[in-house]
Design a protein around this ligand. Structure first.
Ligand code: FES
Length: 254
């Protein structure tokens, strides 16, 4: 079995930038949409998370789940990294007391989630209408504008399901590329509500504070959300994109 370093094609003494670069390259080529396989894709993600967690030769590798979490390690890894979440008003945190809060009493256990209702809006609509992400009545205006169902609507997100997957399951085609948190193609702006990401190695602190999240690894932590998708061309995100993929909508002939 290849070591995590061999899986990513880097030396054991590679620095953080080399690690992230290698991961972005490998997670894309390993994806089934790019000629890889589900097993290869998971192996790349497992390798990446293992190295970030301080992998040493002989350590056991814990597979990363499809939503980006390791089974017994939701929220924190051995090198002190925590889930990255968001809240309205630019507050960042993990929804249970704040990302990176290494001291103080143990956080309350998270309640069992029953899913979330997500109201979504295509960023192209904002461009067409001259609206802004900062408009307080953005979603009210969208609801009254007779937009088609791909541009504005609602999806229900089942527990342990990420936003991108929920949208695709509902028949929508949101942008994506790596599906592994390594690009900005799937970026959304969380306008209302709260999601968490198991990790973040791409988005800047400023983006996080603006509510930008990666839909492919974002799990709702509130019952209701409002998100604007298709924001990947905004300044700061555009240069983080990989060659895009779009979810293929199933037709009767598939
Ligand atoms: S598709 Fe690349 S981070 Fe989500």
């Amino acid at each position: 079995m290849d070591s995590p370093f061999e899986t990513l094609g880097i030396d054991p003494d590679a620095d953080e930038d080399e690690l992230v670069d290698a991961y972005r390259r490998r997670v894309k080529s390993a994806h089934p949409d790019h000629g890889g396989s589900a097993e290869e894709f998971q192996a790349v993600r497992t390798a990446y998370e293992a190295i970030r967690a301080g992998y040493e030769p002989g350590d056991e590798l814990e597979p990363v789940e499809t939503d980006g979490r390791r089974p017994a390690d939701e929220g924190a890894s051995r090198n002190g990294q925590h889930d990255v979440g968001t809240a309205r008003n630019g507050e960042t945190g993990d929804g249970t007391g704040g990302a990176g809060s290494d001291t103080g009493p143990d956080p309350e256990p998270e309640p069992e989630r029953r899913g979330a209702r997500v109201e979504f809006l295509d960023y192209d609509v904002l461009t067409d209408h001259g609206w802004s992400l900062a408009d307080d009545d953005l979603f009210e205006k969208a609801a009254e504008s007779g937009l088609d169902g791909d541009a504005y609507g609602e999806v229900f997100v089942e527990p342990r399901t990420n936003l991108l997957k929920a949208a695709e399951d509902a028949g929508h085609s949101w942008p994506f590329a790596c599906r592994g948190g390594a690009c900005a193609n799937c970026a959304v702006a969380v306008v209302e509500g709260d999601v968490k990401m198991p990790s973040n190695h791409i988005l800047s602190e400023e983006m996080l504070e603006q509510g930008v999240r990666l839909s492919c690894i974002s799990l709702p932590v509130t019952d209701d959300l409002q998100v604007v998708y298709n924001i990947e061309h905004l300044p700061g995100l555009d240069e983080l994109r990989l060659p895009p993929q779009h979810a293929r909508k199933m037709s009767a002939g598939d």
